[in-house]
Design a protein around this ligand. Structure first.
Ligand SMILES: NC(=O)c1ccc[n+]([C@@H]2O[C@H](COP(=O)([O-])OP(=O)(O)OC[C@H]3O[C@@H](n4cnc5c(N)ncnc54)[C@H](O)[C@@H]3O)[C@@H](O)[C@H]2O)c1
Ligand SMILES: O=P(O)(O)OC[C@H](O)CO
Length: 332
């Protein structure tokens, strides 16, 4: 199959390496020309995925029109807050794209202002194509090295082409499942980044394993409640894109969201941690966006609310903990 990957951060690069291993035609498309040149000459993405060589078969492209000419599937691997502008750039460069069928998001965040999920942004900007979301517990470095993983492809019309995409993405090191609960897979993968910040705080405050297990369990319960209120199916959150990704990210020493929370727990401020930062911490903006959405829909999400207060109102992590522990007691 012919894939165009738009966005060459850690994840887009790792996914390109995976697909080239499966002998697909892959073009990796960085936003900046200098980045395309640098990756192309070093055959390595030294800024975002250092130490992992790019197989020679991966093509680098910067101009979208020729990149999209042969593509059957576009994988969007950019931060969620720039997904809309990325889709708009794609929309303006489709004149020669005759083979294109699906646009699949690899992003995990909710757009600020609109509260839209990645596939909703794709459908709003590129309504003529099928939209899907591919999520699960997959950190870029392990994945690029070919360590085994499993993911879920959320796609509303599970037709023959969707099955062909599932088969094309799968291989000896990746098992891909499908679901038509697109909202469920996206809500789970967006929320887990927010809860990973809280899990990192537990680490920073040295609260111990009991506290972290309690947090994750109640975060999962909140995820199910929020997701169900937004139209997703509860069982989706017990799958790879919910529970699976929550566990991996909240425990992974590699997670940028978890590490961000850890530094907050150790006493650093959000301003310090975000200043000059090159890599994305999706949970930071998604906390704000999801909290607004919950308020607008009257959904009770106390963990989310407290994390947002810590990130946006500088509520000290110890006070966040006290607020959560001091809530009215109830049945599990
Ligand atoms: N890294 C992972 O392990 C991983 C795994 C699964 C999903 N994801 C998700 O994939 C998405 C991308 O994450 P990543 O890890 O590749 O990010 P990253 O921080 O490694 O890279 C960010 C990328 O976004 C680009 N970018 C920055 N501003 C931009 C703009 N205005 N327009 C277009 N591109 C811009 C940068 O050039 C860079 O290529 C996120 O939603 C993340 O949650 C990441
Ligand atoms: O490094 P993080 O925290 O952005 O996590 C990366 C991915 O979302 C893991 O699935």
């Amino acid at each position: 199959m012919n894939f165009a990957i738009i966005g060459a951060g850690a994840w887009g690069t790792a996914f390109a390496i995976h697909l080239s291993r499966l002998n697909h035609t892959v073009t990796l498309c960085p936003r900046r020309f200098e980045q395309a040149l640098a990756i192309s000459s070093a055959r390595e993405n030294t800024d975002y995925l250092p130490g992992i060589p790019l197989p020679p078969s991966i093509q680098l492209g910067h101009e979208l029109t020729p990149v999209l000419m042969e593509a059957e599937v576009i994988l969007l691997a950019c931060p969620s807050q720039v997904l809309r502008e990325t889709c708009e750039r794609i929309r303006d460069n489709l004149s020669l794209a005759t083979q294109l069928r699906y646009i699949v998001s690899l992003s995990k965040g909710l757009e600020v202002g609109t509260h839209l999920r990645p596939t909703e942004i794709i459908s709003a900007t590129l309504p003529q194509y099928g939209a899907g979301a591919l999520t699960g517990p997959t950190n870029a470095a392990e994945f690029a090295r070919g360590q085994p993983a499993a993911m879920t492809l959320g796609i509303s019309h599970l037709n023959d082409f969707a099955a062909a995409v599932q088969t094309a993405l799968s291989g000896p090191t990746l098992r891909v499942y499908t679901t038509d609960d697109v909202a469920g897979v996206e809500i789970g993968s967006c929320l887990k980044n927010v809860y990973a910040i809280a899990a990192g705080c537990c680490d920073g405050l040295k609260l111990g394993d009991n506290a972290k297990a309690a947090l994750l369990t109640r975060a999962l319960a909140e995820m199910v409640r929020v997701g169900q209120a937004l139209g997703a199916r509860p069982e989706t959150f017990y799958g790879l894109s919910g529970f699976g990704d929550l566990v991996a990210t909240c425990h992974g020493g590699w997670s940028r969201n978890r590490e961000f929370g850890q530094r907050l727990g150790e006493g650093r401020t959000t301003a310090e941690l975000l200043a000059g930062r090159k890599t994305v911490v999706e949970g930071y903006k998604t906390a704000e966006s999801f909290n607004e959405l919950c308020n607008a829909r009257g959904i009770d999400a106390p963990i989310l609310r407290e994390i947002r207060a810590m990130l946006r109102d500088s509520k000290p992590p110890a006070q966040v903990l006290a607020s959560l522990m001091g809530r009215e007691l109830k049945r599990e």
